[in-house]
Design a protein around this ligand. Structure first.
Ligand SMILES: [Zn+2]
Ligand SMILES: [Zn+2]
Length: 142
């Protein structure tokens, strides 16, 4: 009987999805944790705190929450909570890799095709909204 180390099965392809991201512990499979470097998630500075994931430094955008894990209340970032709560006691993980072999495209973000009349109208309005420097434009696309 041969014992297969499950880690041998993990190709760089699988790991690549984690490259360049700051992740929470629950976003990476436990058996891969050792591939990642931990950094503090919230830096306490002299006058303010800083969320290392979203860069938030606004005092009002930090909350305190009682933490079951460390039995005390501490900071979390409210600014990026929609992506999963960044807790002060939990580090962020990143996977540093030298060569990810990203696919490169000759003409990225280009598309050959024709918009319908309605799409073209929406597109024109969006472009002119940006050119006029307006801040809000609601577009509904399906
Ligand atoms: Zn944040
Ligand atoms: Zn905690």
């Amino acid at each position: 009987m041969t014992i297969v180390n499950p880690l041998d099965e993990i190709s760089s392809q699988n790991l690549r999805q984690y490259a360049g991201k700051l992740l929470l512990q629950n976003e990476i499979p436990p058996e891969l944790t050792f591939h990642f470097t931990k950094i503090p998630s919230i830096k306490r500075k002299l006058t303010r705190n800083e969320c290392q994931r979203c860069g938030n430094q606004k005092r009002v955008l930090f909350g305190t929450i009682p933490c079951a894990k460390c039995q005390q209340s501490h900071l979390y970032c409210r600014n990026c909570v929609a992506m999963g709560r960044v807790m002060e006691c939990e580090p962020l993980y990143f996977w540093e890799v030298e060569d990810t072999n990203w696919t490169s495209y000759d003409s990225p973000l280009s598309w050959k095709g024709t918009l319908t009349n309605a799409q073209q109208r929406a597109s024109d309005q969006l472009v002119s909204t940006i050119q006029e420097g307006k801040k809000e434009f609601l577009i509904w696309a399906v």
